[in-house]
Design a protein around this ligand. Structure first.
Ligand SMILES: Cc1cc2nc3c(=O)[nH]c(=O)nc-3n(C[C@H](O)[C@H](O)[C@H](O)COP(=O)(O)OP(=O)(O)OC[C@H]3O[C@@H](n4cnc5c(N)ncnc54)[C@H](O)[C@@H]3O)c2cc1C
Length: 332
């Protein structure tokens, strides 16, 4: 592994200062479960001079709830989120998504901030430098997206234009369905962006001197039904081929609000607005769930080897809606 300087940040302000002083040549590290792999394989031409360890910042791993909703520090570990009684009770879709990430070991090291900011897994993008040289692709700023003409079985079917890598984060899908906000600290102060607006086709909105500090989720509507479903190729330890997070609210049997977000199919957590519209205002039943599943993929543009994802997406959307309805489990 190439050498780098390692510094511990004492506070959020300290981390921001360290980032500012590094002139864009530093990387943040939380659990390191993604970053260290990226550095070992030297997949990026920009190798950091300094790695700033932010796990040393006190109190950034808190999970707390008040009348407004849930607040989770960026350093909260995925396993703690999956096991939190508060998260399980009211924000079930997030607990399920966190529990579906990787392995117990990775969940015990990996943090929510790191999960949201992790790099994509497209095998062209992640091609190791020591095996004949890294691949310079669209996402790295130059060149084509090799997946378009190459082996694209795990790439995007929705919303991709220049880079077809999919957003790998399971928690982002659940948090988007919960309309969560990401708090960001930087040299210009603190700002909040909705999870749905955090991702860009080629990355995220973080500036070089910014870090994620907290995720805020407003109380979900009373009586909503939440589901997270993920299909993987392997039975365990695998990224989503397709995932679905749904938060659906019924009043007197009529759907009054629906959030359906898809993972594994687009460069960002994909809001399936057409699917939501297909059930809002209706007494949801199997026919409407079927209509929503068709609507979810109406704009799909599969590549040569990933049309199978269209069928899987339809199936998962329908199952998530029906499971939410049939389980009768309302969040109170
Ligand atoms: C074998 C394996 C299987 C996996 N399976 C899944 C899966 O099924 N689902 C899934 O969602 N993920 C999966 N992952 C990814 C895993 O969840 C991430 O590696 C982990 O969540 C990253 O968290 P971390 O704290 O270790 O981040 P780090 O590795 O420390 O950081 C990851 C990236 O985020 C940046 N970063 C970290 N914290 C912050 C912050 N607070 N603000 C701004 N930037 C930050 C870092 O600079 C780095 O670029 C898998 C990983 C492995 C190795």
């Amino acid at each position: 592994m190439k050498h780098f300087n390692h510094v511990n940040a004492a506070s959020v302000d300290d981390a921001v200062k360290l980032l500012g002083n590094s002139r864009g040549k530093a990387s943040l590290m939380s659990g390191g479960t993604d970053l260290l792999g990226v550095l070992k394989d030297r997949i990026l031409s920009d190798y950091p001079e300094t790695v700033i360890n932010i796990k040393t910042i006190p109190d950034l791993d808190r999970i707390s709830e008040d009348a407004e909703g849930l607040r989770i520090g960026a350093l909260a570990r995925l396993e703690d989120i999956a096991q939190s009684p508060t998260v399980k009770a009211k924000y079930k879709v997030l607990a399920e998504a966190a529990a579906a990430v990787a392995t117990p070991q990775i969940r015990r090291m990996g943090t929510l901030g790191g999960n949201l900011c992790q790099d994509v897994r497209c095998w062209y993008y992640r091609y190791p430098h020591h095996l004949g040289g890294r691949m310079i692709c669209r996402r790295k700023g130059k060149g084509p997206c090799f997946a378009i003409k190459g082996d694209n079985r795990y790439n995007a079917i929705l919303g991709a234009k220049s880079c077809f890598a999919v957003c790998p984060s399971d928690t982002a899908v659940a948090l988007s369905a919960l309309k969560a906000e990401i708090r960001i600290a930087g040299a210009d102060g603190v700002r909040s962006v909705p999870v749905a607006g955090f991702y860009r086709p080629l990355g995220n909105v973080l500036k070089k001197d910014e870090l994620v500090t907290e995720i805020a989720v407003s109380c979900p509507p009373e009586g909503c039904r939440q589901e997270f479903m993920k299909l993987t190729q392997r039975g365990s330890v695998d990224f989503s081929m397709v995932s679905v997070a749904s938060v659906i609210t019924l009043r007197d049997g009529i759907c009054v609000d629906a959030r359906i977000t898809l993972g594994g199919v687009a460069p960002v957590p994909f809001s399936a607005v057409e699917a939501e519209q297909a059930i809002i205002g209706k007494p949801v039943n199997e026919i409407d769930a079927e209509a929503a599943s068709e609507a979810a993929v109406m704009n799909a543009m599969p590549l040569s080897r990933n049309a199978y994802k269209v069928e899987i997406t339809k199936t998962l959307v329908k199952r998530a809606i029906m499971k939410g309805l049939l389980s009768g489990k309302e969040i109170s």
